[in-house]
Ligand binder design. Structure first.
Ligand code: IPM
Ligand code: MG
Length: 349
């Protein structure tokens, strides 16, 4: 089969991480006889430099025609302070423009990275495998906002339709993971919108059982009792915050991939980490989040399960061999550059 993939490298470490993901996909294509065609598109700071806007129409139009999108990272200090223009608008524009309302963020701790997790080993007797399902096209990120002389505001607004569809995704993902419960995270003791989430959740989700947690408590439980979670479904803002927290439990945010999905098979796949301008171009970045994002793409958009698994396994074996980029480096491991890490993983595919 032939697959057309739009690659948006973006800014900072985005280009080097995308180069790694592409190399891994090419090897996977060779091994399993698929052809992956890559079309490179601009978005973020680089698009501001080239076209004066973070998300050129052509990028959105071409991305819509592809089978899926792979995205590096956008943003950096270079583009701070331009009135009305921010590189991050590209990300929000792509999510909204492609109607990718469900963001899957797995927090998975590889056995060989236990030492890199800040949690005591006894907290993680059987590792960690949490899936955060974050709503991605609504809430305060896209609500009415404004500023006045001496005030500013942003509003959190959710319709039943928006809540229902993300809860259905949460339910489906929880079931596919064999979860005994689906945890809905909200702030229903304060927010009207959260109370609507609870009501709709009770009406929508049949199986598995629902658990409701306030977001402050969920943030605490993630540290105290991380293995009590399997699948979490939550709003755009809470998902943003909790996924960064969960990422640290796995050793480094440099490990975490994500998938942004809509109604069909089309999806956008990106590492959870940002553009890390301080290490950009230094061949230091951890490419694993991007490589695992490519693996998620094979799984969710192309339904190439064996191929996806082979990438995951290659990452796992490379980590077991003791190779590590700086962010996951602990005693006794071999420090690798981005390229070396990618090459080791490639060899295992
Ligand atoms: C993320 C990022 C983005 C978000 C930023 C860069 C706009 O933090 O993908 O988690 O808040 O969604
Ligand atoms: Mg974030």
């Amino acid at each position: 089969m032939k697959y057309n993939i739009s690659v948006i490298c973006g800014d900072g470490i985005g280009p080097e991480c995308m180069a790694s993901a592409v190399r891994i996909l090419e090897k996977t294509g060779e091994r399993f006889s698929h052809s992956f065609d890559f079309e490179y598109l601009d978005a973020g700071g680089i698009a501001i430099d080239k076209y004066g806007k973070p998300l050129p129409e052509e990028t959105l139009r071409k991305a819509k025609c592809a089978d899926s999108v792979l995205l590096g990272a956008v943003g950096g200090p270079k583009w701070e302070g331009i009135p009305g223009i921010r590189p991050e608008q590209a990300l929000l524009g792509l999510r909204k423009g492609l109607n990718l309302y469900a963001n899957l963020r797995p927090a998975f701790l590889f056995e060989s990275l236990k030492d890199a997790s800040p949690l005591k080993p006894e907290k993680l007797p059987n590792g960690l495998d949490i899936m955060i399902v974050r709503e991605l096209c609504g809430g305060i990120y896209f609500g009415e906002s404004g500023t006045g002389e001496d005030f500013a505001y942003d509003t959190e607004k959710y319709s039943v339709f928006e809540i229902e569809r993300i809860l259905k995704t949460g339910e489906k993902i929880a079931k596919s993971r064999g979860a005994k419960k689906l945890t809905v995270v909200d702030k229903a003791n304060v927010l009207e919108s959260s109370r609507l989430w609870r009501k709709v959740a009770k009406e929508t989700v049949k199986d598995p059982e629902l658990e409701f947690l306030y977001v402050d408590n969920a943030a605490m439980q993630l540290i105290m009792n991380p293995t009590s979670f399997n699948t979490i479904v939550t709003s755009n803002m809470f998902g943003d915050i909790l996924s960064d927290e969960a990422s640290q439990l796995t050793g480094s945010i440099g490990m975490l991939p994500s998938a942004s999905l809509g109604d069909g098979n089309f999806g956008m796949y990106e590492p959870v980490h940002g553009s890390a301008p301080d290490i950009a171009g230094m061949n230091k970045a951890n490419p694993i989040a991007s490589i695992l994002s490519a693996a998620m793409m094979l799984q969710y958009s192309f339904e190439l399960f064996e191929e996806s698994r082979s990438i995951f396994d290659a990452v796992e074996k490379t980590l077991e061999d003791g190779f590590a980029t700086a962010d996951i480096m602990t005693e006794g491991k071999t420090l690798c550059t981005t390229d070396e890490m990618t090459e080791k993983i490639r060899e295992y595919i």
